[in-house]
Design a protein. Structure first.
Length: 307
């Protein structure tokens, strides 16, 4: 297990580098995407490409790589008529990341992604909670070093259910939530809009500061803003730092998703991303990385911030 060095960095107030988007990078290098499970099938059908992506992030300087389990939560697997493969596919995602980390010449931790992928506000707590329980257990048993709860576009009660599920797993838990601007009043909201410039679909739930405060009461571990437009990330980090007493972090996206493909727009040059990341750190972030559309070249640039 490799979390001790991560915890020591955080204890020393140093920066931890998370990887960039796994699914987006798999798509960029040519891995076929599934109509239901997006990049989830890659761990079984394109394992060499999954390992290539993990290797690229390790080479770029990532301290943490994320297993390819974001798109294989039990609810999505059942929708794809693969209920009998839930355990096999999630284990496969962990094994590939674990192999890359264990063979690295530097310390690398493996995060297991427990996600709400595929629910898209169609499913409630009663349907999602058992899936959170099951996926967290599979990933923990298979040997991840931490669980990252990726609650993209999820209502507050869904986020709370994910926190409850992960709390029974004896591993460090990082909580990731998304945000967007309410353009009627310019207020930062818990919700999602992947690209402001491209006017991608937006969902807004409640004030981001209120959401952070509520999550902080349930969860003392790191809280990160994930998969949100770069334009709102700095403000989100400021509010995370103000309303959460623990570690905070950020990994925004570039582009937006139209099932089953990521749209590579809003392209951000690594130098621009580096400049933005410096601001997140100045405002309190200690974990930084990237989500969909952010690749190894961006992680290589921001990895300079951890020294």
């Amino acid at each position: 297990m490799s979390y001790e060095f991560i915890q020591q960095k955080l204890n020393d107030n140093r920066v931890v580098i998370l990887d960039g988007g796994t699914g987006g990078e798999l798509e960029r290098i040519g891995a076929p995407m599934d109509g239901v499970l997006w990049c989830g099938r890659c761990s079984i059908e394109s394992p060499e490409l999954v390992m290539e992506v993990h290797d690229s992030y390790v080479s770029a300087g990532a301290d943490v790589i994320t297993a390819n389990t974001y798109a294989t939560p039990p609810t999505a697997m059942r929708e794809a008529n693969l209920t009998d493969k839930i355990e096999e596919w999630n284990k496969a995602g962990v094994k590939l990341a674990r192999e890359v980390a264990d063979n690295s010449s530097v310390n690398v931790a493996v995060a297991g992604s427990v996600s709400t992928y595929g629910s898209w506000r169609r499913l409630g707590v009663s349907e999602l909670k058992p899936g959170f329980d099951l996926q967290a257990k599979i990933l923990a048993d298979e040997g991840v070093d931490l669980i990252i709860l990726e609650t993209l576009a999820s209502e507050p009660e869904i986020v709370e259910a994910a926190i409850e599920s992960a709390s029974v797993v004896n591993l460090p838990i990082w909580l990731s939530i998304s945000c967007a601007i309410d353009q009627s009043n310019n207020e930062l909201m818990h919700g999602v809009q992947e690209s402001i410039s491209e006017k991608s679909n937006a969902s807004l739930f409640k004030k981001f500061s209120d959401m952070v405060s509520e999550c902080s009461k349930m969860h003392s571990g790191p809280i990160l803003v994930m998969h949100s437009d770069l334009k709102v990330t700095d403000q989100a980090v400021k509010e995370l730092s103000k309303f959460h007493s623990g570690i905070v972090g950020a990994y925004p996206n570039a582009g937006y998703w139209i099932k089953p493909n990521w749209q590579f727009v809003d392209k951000i040059l690594p130098d621009k991303y580096f400049k933005e990341a410096k601001s997140w750190i100045a405002n309190g972030a200690r974990i930084i990385g990237g989500c969909c559309g952010i690749g190894p070249e961006h992680i290589a640039k921001i990895s300079k911030l951890k020294d």
